[in-house]
Design a protein around this ligand. Structure first.
Ligand code: NAD
Ligand code: MG
Length: 395
């Protein structure tokens, strides 16, 4: 029996998934890939499986699984497909760590499956927490799961918090001497673009983030700053705080990844290159530190280091998300679902860039919002919002 930790990567072929495998390759004495879970990228998952020899691969569809299975027929890897198999992997008794990096609502059930088995869960999939906040955090507590934020901002905040709060203590921030969480964001590719030209933004322009290389959906969310809005909600749940405890700060260089301000005037910031391998390595090894392959910050290279307030006229989606956060779970579940549909429609050039906000706002206004106390209720609310968003787009 090896003493390596068994790792499941949900979303192994994505931006976070491939960065995770990069960190794992640098630390092979510690981690063994137990299962790779992906949607449709057959070619890449085959390469990953040949390199890492996982016990299982799970694909989003039967067709994709057949192709992968044929290519891996001489290996020991078993190939499965579908949501139940993804959840089974995340919950498998031999698994120690689950990286949750499927994009969007599709990540919710497998992530909850890992939480319910008390796993160490590395959370990149912010949408699952935005959809199900209270229920998710209650399950973390009830099942004794270890939840480590991978989103760079939340990972930074986590690193700047006192140890007691890192260890799941849910007392109010004020009682720990914390005045505010300062959530930084670069402002994305359209920080200085004339706002009257935003309606003409192309897909290529929207996904070209100045500092980070990421999947398409989160890149569009960064351009609208819906990403920061989702992160605002994510921070509220992760750090047991309220909307008034969180302030968004624009920091275009993405060197500071977020900060915590204390009542004595101290501000603790976490800094580093904009490279997700840092938070991934932190999550994998916590509370130890391991090599991540990230180039050290060179302060002689840093020319500008600036901060401003977000302009809600430029980023109406950010305002929408903060308002939804104040309104409650049903509003954030609805907004997340509408946004996934609107962003997909923008990426397939069915709607324009500014229509993303229009669809999101209208769905929030028209959806019936009621308290959500179960996974079924959350899924039903999500489905209602998606239906309405699709209806509005097809008009
Ligand atoms: P991506 O689009 O690059 O990758 C998504 C992964 O999910 C792929 O492996 C894809 O095959 C898989 N997938 C998609 N739908 C699936 C389904 N129905 N079933 C199974 N697998 C499915 O996305 P990404 O940029 O890696 O982001 C992943 C998550 O991490 C998102 O929630 C994002 O918000 C979050 N995140 C990403 C970054 C980043 O730098 N990329 C930073 C912070 C947070
Ligand atoms: Mg982030």
């Amino acid at each position: 029996m090896s003493d390596k930790q068994n790792l499941v990567i949900l979303g192994s072929t994505g931006s976070i998934g491939t960065s995770t495998l990069d960190v794992v390759e640098r630390n092979q004495a510690r981690y063994q890939v137990f299962a790779l879970v992906a949607g449709r990228n057959v070619q890449l998952v085959i390469e990953q499986a040949l390199t890492h020899q996982p016990r299982y691969v799970v694909m989003g569809s039967e067709d994709a699984a057949k192709e992968v299975s044929a290519a891996l027929s001489t290996s020991q890897t078993e190939v499965l497909n579908g949501m139940q198999a993804m959840c089974d992997m995340a919950a498998h008794p031999d698994v120690d760590i689950v990286m949750s990096a499927i994009v969007g609502a599709a990540g919710l059930l497998p992530t909850l499956a890992a939480v319910e088995q008390g796993k160490k869960v590395l959370l990149a999939n912010k949408e699952s927490l935005v959809m199900s906040g209270q229920l998710f955090m209650d399950k973390v507590k009830r099942h004794g799961a270890t939840l480590l934020p991978i989103d760079s901002e939340h990972n930074a905040i986590f690193q700047c918090l006192p140890g007691s709060l890192q260890n799941g203590d849910s007392t109010a921030l004020a009682a720990q001497g914390i005045r505010k969480i300062l959530l930084t964001g670069s402002g994305g590719p359209f920080l200085t673009r004339a706002t009257d030209t935003l309606a003409d933004v192309t897909v290529a322009e929207a996904v070209a983030h100045p500092n980070w290389s990421m999947g398409q959906k989160i890149s569009v969310d960064s351009a609208t700053m819906m990403n920061k809005g989702l992160e605002f909600v994510e921070a509220k749940w992760l750090f047991h705080c309220q909307a008034d405890d969180i302030e968004v700060v624009i920091h275009p260089q993405s060197m500071i990844h977020s900060m915590v301000q204390y009542i004595d005037g101290s501000v603790i910031a976490q800094m580093g290159q904009p490279d997700m391998r840092t938070p991934i390595a932190y999550g994998l090894a916590y509370p130890e530190r391991i090599e991540a392959g990230v180039k050290p910050l060179d302060f002689a290279d840093i020319v500008d280091f600036t901060f401003t307030k977000p302009d809600f006229n430029r980023y109406p989606n950010l305002k929408l998300a903060i308002d939804a956060c104040r309104s409650g779970q049903s509003a954030t579940t609805t907004l997340n679902a509408a946004n996934e549909i609107a962003v997909a429609a923008f990426l397939s050039e069915q709607i324009g860039f500014c229509d993303i906000y229009r669809i999101n706002a209208e769905v929030l206004e028209r959806c019936h919002l009621e308290p959500l106390h179960s996974v079924d209720a959350i899924m039903a609310q999500d489905a209602q919002a998606r239906r309405l968003a699709r209806e509005l787009i097809s008009k």
